[in-house]
Ligand binder design. Structure first.
Ligand code: ZN
Length: 603
């Protein structure tokens, strides 16, 4: 048997960040950060409204943030690479304490920014040291206006470690240890860790999905009281802090985090409701292909057109395919993708001990990006590779910018990654070398994506909105959480869900509701998906002449609100439902092709 050497490395190198974990350069770097954070904190405590000192303090803070980010990214990469490394975990805990100190420093700087007059603030923005930083400094001031006193913010930061974030850790511990006995359709029984349930939900065998769904509900049911206490605790803490900070609405903070306006969010949601029959048509087709009158919750992530039973894709094949699709549509992106491989910036090797999932990270200090994933040989993995490469390309376009102008919000981040996915998918669907079987599978994957962004994630948003509204009046019981969840599901899914097909415990099993760093971890994804649809439609219409506009868009993402970035670089109005409707209607050609698919041959 001949072994063909792999051409493309699937191991990353972090050597340009630090020679090794805990090496001399690493230890010196740690010491310098501790020292400088301490110095900056003392200087900030003595800051007055002197504009020269203030501009220097802000610039020092920007530099410190880059260095802390460099360290966090390095440790994050090491611990994803080997989830069992306890020395790395211990340093991550140490960095978390530095992050808390840095947050206090930021709060102090924000307090000073709010104390100076508007005229002084304009003068401050015109200081040469802060050139290009206006948007970030305005945001610091804006956020600072809704803060308690420095002492109370400092107390809140400390208490959050033991309160708010403790609920999140409890969730991770509890859900991480969950397991359930599953009787497989062939009769044998296995104990299944909860983390495997999700992949069982995408199994082609419906009896297996059904069994895994019902057996996997039991642990969530058993722990429902504890999880409801957690959810109530997280939301209650946030609502209490919003009240103390004079923040008028529970959407204000997540919208501020996303640098987008309520008008844009409302326009996007209105368009989704007005066109809800489009993604529902995809679900009706999925039900027809599987031969049921409608879908159950356990059908929603399952392929209706299974990947052809050929051998798994090799890493080299995937790299070549992504490279070919990128290069054909967008040569600079193709070149960048090859440079990721050549410089060993992608980690994809399948091996034990790696953390599941995929992410893109990087160091502003080194102006370098890294991609983490695990290659299992599926088309889905290849789409993930294009998604993360889209993120990395976004960061690389922002390399020349100062860090205050390179911090883009999540809705715009997810636009760049979806754009990468779409270039790959579009390239594959129009590639004559791709078989009709794989194309049918890709259409199905595309419609799964449309369902996820246009029905499932909006459903999560509606649940969370209803929950926060009721939580403001007091604790919400388990039975009420189940009702709110079921209502949100039928509101969005309509008759595409079987009458007994809802998942009333989805509020417990979906980890996103328990993320303590950010609330409403849902609508930014919908935004990114739809804006990328709009960008891609223009790319198809205008061809390569559009790409400089795309890069101008990416380069502007850290310097203004979503509305302004889109208005200035693309000339579109995010507060107009018509804009979002056009983006949603971009799925119609794929939907129509999907509707023409015949049910798979039996036997
Ligand atoms: Zn992403």
């Amino acid at each position: 048997m001949t072994v063909v050497a792999q051409r493309n490395s699937d191991r990353w190198s972090l050597a340009s960040w630090f020679t090794e974990f805990s090496g001399p350069d690493y230890r010196d770097f740690r010491l310098a950060i501790e020292r400088d954070l301490d110095t900056q904190s003392r200087q900030a405590a003595a800051l007055t409204g002197d504009l020269q000192c203030l501009s220097q303090a802000l610039t020092d803070y920007e530099d410190l943030t880059d260095r802390l980010g460099h360290l966090s990214a390095f440790l994050g990469c090491l611990s994803a690479d080997d989830a069992t490394n306890e020395a790395v975990k211990s340093d991550e805990a140490w960095v978390a304490t530095l992050d808390a100190e840095q947050l206090k420093l930021k709060t102090r700087l924000q307090a000073v920014l709010t104390q100076i007059t508007d005229t002084d603030f304009q003068d401050l923005l015109s200081k040469p040291l802060l050139a290009g930083a206006a948007h970030a400094i305005r945001r610091l001031r804006e956020e600072g206006r809704h803060q308690m006193t420095t002492e109370l913010e400092s107390l809140a930061a400390d208490l959050n470690v033991n309160g708010l974030h403790a609920w999140g850790r409890l969730y991770d511990t509890l859900s991480g240890k969950m397991a359930f006995p599953l009787q497989f359709p062939d009769g044998h029984t296995e104990i299944i860790p909860m983390a495997r349930r999700r992949s069982l939900m995408s199994e082609p065998s419906r009896p297996l999905r059904e069994a895994a769904f019902h057996a996997g509900q039991q642990p969530w049911h058993d722990h429902a009281d504890t999880l409801a206490a957690g959810l109530n605790g997280i939301a209650g803490t946030r609502l209490c802090l919003y009240g103390r900070r004079g923040i008028p609405h529970f959407l204000t903070a997540p919208l501020f985090g996303g640098a987008m306006s309520r008008a844009s969010l409302d326009a996007m949601l209105a368009a989704i409701h007005d066109t809800i029959e489009l993604p529902r048509r995809a679900l009706r087709t999925a039900a027809r292909l599987q031969g049921t009158p409608a879908l159950h919750f356990f059908d929603l992530e399952a392929p209706q057109v299974a990947a052809p039973h050929t051998k798994p894709l090799s890493w080299d094949e995937a790299c070549t395919t992504v490279d070919r699709a990128f290069t054909a549509a967008y040569p600079k992106l193709g070149g960048y993708f090859r440079s990721l491989l050549e410089q060993h910036w992608i980690e994809a090797q399948p091996r034990a001990g790696k953390r599941p999932g995929a992410f893109c990270t990087g160091s502003r200090l080194r102006r370098e990006e890294r991609v983490f994933m695990t290659w299992h040989g599926t088309v889905h993995d290849m789409i993930t590779l294009a998604h993360e490469a889209g993120h990395a390309w976004h960061s690389s376009v922002l390399r020349p910018a100062r860090s205050f102008a390179a911090d883009y919000p999540m809705p715009l981040a997810e636009t760049a990654s979806n754009f990468g996915e779409m270039i790959l998918l579009d390239g594959l669907l129009s590639d004559p070398a791709i078989t009709p079987e794989i194309k049918a599978h890709l259409l199905d994957q595309e419609m799964l994506r449309a369902h996820s962004y246009l029905i499932n994630i909006p459903m999560r948003y509606e649940f969370e909105h209803a929950f926060y509204t009721e939580r403001a009046a007091g604790e919400v019981s388990v039975s009420r959480l189940r009702e709110l969840m079921t209502q949100a599901q039928f509101n969005l899914y309509g008759d595409t869900l079987l009458a007994d097909g809802s998942d009333p415990l989805f509020w417990a099993s979906k980890m996103h509701f328990f993320i303590t760093g950010v609330s409403f971890y849902n609508f930014p994804y919908v935004f990114g998906y739809l804006l990328s649809q709009a960008l891609f439609a223009r790319f198809k219409a205008e061809g390569r002449a559009f790409l400089p506009h795309y890069e101008a868009f990416l380069a502007a993402t850290g310097s203004d609100t979503c509305e302004e970035v889109v208005r200035q670089t693309l000339g579109a109005d995010l507060a107009s439902p018509a804009f979002w409707e056009t983006s949603i209607r971009a799925i119609v050609p794929t939907l129509e092709a999907y509707e023409k698919l015949a049910p798979p041959q039996l036997g």
